[in-house]
Design a protein around this ligand. Structure first.
Ligand code: MN
Length: 738
């Protein structure tokens, strides 16, 4: 039970919450409502402790505090946050909540309870995905439920230290796979950033610590630079009677890490570690937009702007509501610096997401429309024909895109699409029928194919034909969930029609030959027509792909169809590991069968994570492999902590990519470095050169990561070689095929 000390902690935390709620409590009843929710939850969780040892109730209190102070939601959300674990963890039911706090609160708590179950109770991937799906369905009821869930996740991430390690991996994976993108999509930048940073801290503790140390090491000189950079700006803005605040902000550790991964560079090579932010107070007479550009003009009087680095999210806000004017200018000592210009209103929206839009309802009415539009999209996707929950989740993820482009309709209306979107995505974005009938497009008045990738600023006019139909191949090219759903349902409809037609045609044909339909008939004809099953056969008949002219001959023929089996040769990666392994408590054997994942091809020295297959085999991925992160989020129960044993002397297949300027003999030099100097085996080599540039892939066997790094170093010192990167083995197979 709780001691007096526990009681004091609880009172202190709750008083702190009540203080934070002062501004949202408009009526005295509001305060009473919050107090009664606290008392109810406190009683329900009484005597229970968190893994950290604290009384459980400090968690709901902390979540409620995030909801009010860091997101800016109101009384109902605070009450729901206080009650969010009551139904799941105690004997109270949703009905009890409804009786005491009313229908609205009960609905929100119910939503939060379902979401909690989502993560915890899943036994397999489809169950977990199904639960995620249920959780996302609550989006269409009340977005606040999702926001409170994000606050809950944030607090759990902040206190992750006290969780056992296998639980940490699962929670971190879910966070990076789903919750951080969700926070981004709702415009909750601060929360998104913190979730990402915390994820990195637990998944790559060394990388995290290194970057953090480097940032604090360079803090003094950076502050000096920022001071020097800001001084003339401050002076100039004051001369122009602008009320403002200027700050220099270091970018998040996660975003720096991401950039290092993406560009394969060290932290010293990243020049834009920080950004200058100017938040101004709007004047009554000049519109905010003009003020942004005025400030931009004053700054560029002092520092030269980089022409291709202006981001105008004032005229066209991001789909999640973000507004600001960004530019990069050449500061003192020839150092580029990013400057972000925002009004106070824009700043609040950027920090607290769309919750802030409500506050500025009168002025930012359009933004709310944007959010409604997105929720409608999600709802459409949820009502789409996809039955498979895992597939659904992947497609939903597409809707949480992080980079966006803005394109124009022929009439000059704007549409926001994810980066990488093609002409077809645009067509489906406008209307399903437009997509279904599309045969091509004019992009900026020039004829282009349906697969043409769009860039910001493109104007697109779709060309249609009344006889056009969606094709299965389209699914390989489109990127938006909306287009995928529409193409799938159209193809399914088409196939259903074909099957109906095929059944009728086949029945007719059989009657002509006086043969009754039977299983034997199908056994005989399916191999002849190369169909896997009846459905395929019917639909091909209905579509006119299979002609039934020679059916009589086929039926008369003896059914001794020659069977040819194709066997694929596979490179076997299965190896046995001895000792020195960590695995989840459920596993008892010390010796396990392992398989190296082909998607990311980890080698000794890489940080790895394992997943248990149904047959007990453990598939080992690199920790930063996208597929592994996804799998950990969807099948948390399969995670196995995995480490390399140090005694292995096996060679691993790796692929490196080379780029550089071509010269006579360079190939010889490169291969000499690889084979004679370091004594490793080349398995496959592929080099292509054009216009004085060469590009190549080399697959080779190495013993461990250090070998590979040494080798890459040596190769990059060959004259003419500009870059050497490690890539997926699959790339070289793909590029060199055929
Ligand atoms: Mn909770």
């Amino acid at each position: 039970m709780f001691s007096e000390k526990d009681d004091i902690i609880i009172r202190e935390r709750f008083d702190d919450l009540l203080n934070a709620c002062a501004s949202i409590c408009k009526k005295p009843q509001d305060r009473d409502f919050i107090i009664s929710a606290f008392e109810f939850a406190n009683k329900a969780h009484w005597g229970v402790r968190r893994k950290s040892g604290e009384p459980y109730i400090v968690h709901p209190i902390a979540v409620a505090k995030i909801v009010v102070s860091e997101i800016g939601l109101g009384v109902k959300s605070v009450v729901s946050a206080l009650l969010h674990d009551v139904v799941e963890d105690t004997d109270y039911t949703v009905e009890d909540i409804e009786r005491k706090f009313g229908k609205k609160i009960a609905m929100m708590v119910d939503g939060l309870t379902k979401m909690k179950k989502a993560g915890d109770l899943a036994n397999n991937s489809s169950e977990q995905a199904e639960n995620f799906k249920k959780m996302l369905l609550t989006l269409s009821d009340d977005v606040r439920v999702i926001i409170i869930k994000l606050a809950d996740r944030l607090h759990n991430m902040r206190t992750l230290q006290s969780m056992p390690q296998h639980k940490q991996v699962k929670i971190v994976s879910e966070t990076i796979y789903l919750f951080a993108p969700l926070a981004h999509r709702l415009g909750l930048y601060k929360i998104k950033t913190e979730l990402e940073d915390l994820s990195l801290k637990y998944s790559f503790p060394n990388d995290y610590a290194q970057i953090a140390a480097k940032l604090s090491e360079t803090a003094a000189s950076r502050d000096q630079f920022i001071e020097k950079f800001n001084r003339p700006i401050i002076e100039k803005l004051k001369q122009n009677d602008i009320e403002f605040e200027i700050t220099g902000r270091v970018k998040s550790i996660y975003s720096i890490w991401k950039k290092m991964q993406r560009k394969q560079v060290t932290i010293d090579e990243i020049y834009d570690l920080f950004a200058i932010r100017i938040v101004f107070k709007p004047t009554a007479v000049v519109p905010e937009k003009s003020q942004c550009w005025h400030i931009y003009s004053l700054i560029t009087d002092i520092y030269k702007p980089k022409p291709d680095r202006i981001r105008d999210w004032v005229n066209i806000p991001k789909a999640n509501g973000y507004e600001a004017l960004h530019c990069t200018v050449m500061g003192p000592d020839g150092i580029w610096a990013e400057v972000q210009i925002r009004s106070q209103r824009m700043d609040e929206i950027a920090e607290k997401g769309f919750a802030a839009h409500w506050k500025y309802k009168d002025r930012g009415a359009d933004q709310e429309g944007e959010l409604d539009k997105w929720i409608k999209e999600v709802r459409d996707a949820l009502n789409g024909p996809t039955e498979d929950a895992v597939e659904f989740l992947d497609e939903f993820k597409l809707n949480l895109y992080t980079s966006e482009i803005v394109v124009f309709t022929p009439k000059g209306d704007t549409r926001t699409l994810p980066k990488g979107a093609i002409v077809l995505d645009f067509a489906y974005e406008i209307h399903t029928n437009l997509g279904n009938r599309a045969i091509g497009a004019k992009v900026n008045y020039k004829m282009e194919s349906l697969y043409k990738e769009l860039t910001s600023g493109d104007q697109i006019e779709i060309i249609t034909s009344n006889t056009a139909k969606p094709k299965v191949e389209w699914l390989d090219y489109v990127v938006t969930a909306k287009a995928k759903q529409a193409i799938k349902s159209s193809i399914k409809r088409e196939m259903d029609n074909n099957i109906q037609r095929g059944i009728a045609m086949f029945d007719e044909a059989l009657k002509k030959h006086r043969v009754p339909p039977s299983a034997r008939v199908f056994r005989k004809i399916l191999p002849v027509y190369k169909c896997a099953n009846k459905e395929e056969f019917y639909s091909k008949v209905g579509a006119g792909i299979i002609q039934l002219d020679n059916l009589g001959k086929v039926l008369r023929e003896n059914a001794t169809t020659k069977l040819i089996k194709y066997w694929n040769l596979q490179f076997s990666n299965t190896i046995k590991f001895l000792g020195n392994l960590y695995h989840s408590p459920s596993s008892t054997s010390n010796e396990q069968s392992y398989k190296i994942a082909e998607c990311c091809n980890p080698i000794p020295g890489d940080e790895v994570v394992g997943f248990k297959e149904d047959d007990g085999t453990i598939v080992v991925h690199r920790k930063d492999c996208d597929i592994a992160i996804k799998q950990a989020a969807q099948q948390g129960d399969r995670i196995v902590q995995t480490k390399w044993s140090s005694e292995k002397i096996i060679s691993y297949l790796c692929t490196i990519e080379l780029r550089g300027t071509d010269r006579m003999g360079i190939l010889l030099d490169v291969s000499q470095v690889i084979t004679s100097q370091l004594n490793v085996n080349i398995r496959k080599l592929y080099i292509e050169s054009h216009d004085g540039i060469f590009e190549g892939y080399i697959s080779l066997y190495v013993k461990n990561r250090q070998d590979l790094l040494n080798l890459m170093n040596k190769v990059s010192s060959v004259k003419g070689v500009e870059s050497v990167n490690r890539v997926d083995n699959a790339i070289v197979n793909e590029r060199t095929a055929g």
